[in-house]
Design a protein around this ligand. Structure first.
Ligand SMILES: Nc1ncnc2c1ncn2[C@@H]1O[C@H](COP(=O)(O)OP(=O)(O)OP(=O)(O)O)[C@@H](O)[C@H]1O
Ligand SMILES: [Mg+2]
Length: 288
């Protein structure tokens, strides 16, 4: 089973779009896919016609009562999406209260990690969409995955958000003494605008080895697919956006394979060249 988290503390950078598109492409390849919506906004849940304001059961249930984190109970929380091979663990807006509820409760950081472990025979790919806020939910999303995808909109302010996200990762890495594999994903690239071109150049010069070698173009078909609530690969499988995501999907599989080949038998938080390169650069810049 592969577990991919899509996260960035900056909002509106393409996290949900990346989650749904990769999920669709994995399903297209015959994989059994689970999407976990960890965002109280419930964008993915809405995508599939759910209403996060009144879903009776959701991922929140698992945070309320950790004793039900076992295969059979979790399976009862999943919603069919209407698409073969894609299941959804929906969000509810109650998730927004979690920070308050979590105070003094302790031990809520691994709820999703444990959940995913219970489902390892049921799914081939798990994709976790996360909120643009640092808190219990984002920590859960990061703790549960073996590959982190950080979408960054190719514009100036979004690059600032990326720094925050990398800082969070560094803190987590430090406290766990383990290193999470990640890739920076330039999104919404518009070759006609100077701002986009400059931002992409900046991302590549600062984070070259950690950045996906290509980019996701701005494509209104992705927006249209979202408005219609149809997975992008079904809405328009040959659009520029989906084509770019398809090559990202293939790249992720290859990366995963090479890690497995290199480090068979070791746990998933393994030393990664990108991470080492980032730490090295940070030290040089006096950031850590
Ligand atoms: N490559 C793209 N081209 C055009 N529009 C896009 C692209 N990617 C995402 N969008 C649109 O941009 C908006 C924000 O995208 P999305 O919801 O995926 O971001 P997000 O990071 O999940 O936001 P939030 O932080 O609020 O959860 C949406 O309207 C989406 O349809
Ligand atoms: Mg989102």
């Amino acid at each position: 089973m592969q577990v991919w988290t899509v996260a960035n503390q900056k909002g509106g950078v393409g996290k949900t779009t990346t989650s749904i598109t990769l999920a669709g492409l994995a399903a297209e390849q015959g994989k059994r896919v689970l999407i976990i919506d960890l965002d109280p906004q419930g964008s993915l849940t809405c995508y599939f016609g759910g209403n996060p304001d009144d879903v009776p059961i959701s991922v929140f249930t698992l945070f309320q009562d950790k004793s039900i984190i076992c295969r059979d109970s979790i399976l009862q929380l999943l919603l069919p999406t209407g698409y073969d091979d894609i299941s959804l663990l929906p969000a509810s807006t109650a998730l927004a209260t979690l920070e308050r509820v979590a105070v003094g409760k302790g031990g809520l950081g691994l709820v999703i990690c444990q959940t995913v472990a219970e489902l390892k025979e049921e799914f081939d790919v798990v994709i976790i969409d996360s909120p643009p806020v640092l808190g219990v939910l984002l920590i859960n999303a990061l703790a549960a995955c073996d590959q982190l995808i950080i979408p960054v909109q190719t514009e100036h302010l979004a690059i600032k958000g990326l720094e925050r996200m990398l800082h969070t990762l560094r803190m987590l890495d430090h406290s766990r003494k383990r290193e999470l594999k990640y890739v920076i994903l330039p999104t919404m690239f518009d070759k006609r605008t100077q701002a986009s071109v400059v931002a992409l150049r900046h991302i590549r010069s600062q984070y070259g080895t950690d950045t996906w070698p290509s980019k996701i173009p701005v494509d209104t078909r992705l927006r249209d697919a979202s408005r219609m609530g149809i997975p992008p690969h079904i809405f328009d499988g040959t659009s520029h956006g989906v084509t770019a995501y398809r090559s990202l999907y293939r790249w992720l599989l290859k990366e995963q394979q090479s890690v497995q080949d290199d480090q068979a038998g070791r746990n998933h938080y393994t030393t990664n060249n990108s991470w080492a390169a980032y730490n090295q650069r940070s030290r040089v810049q006096g950031l850590v």
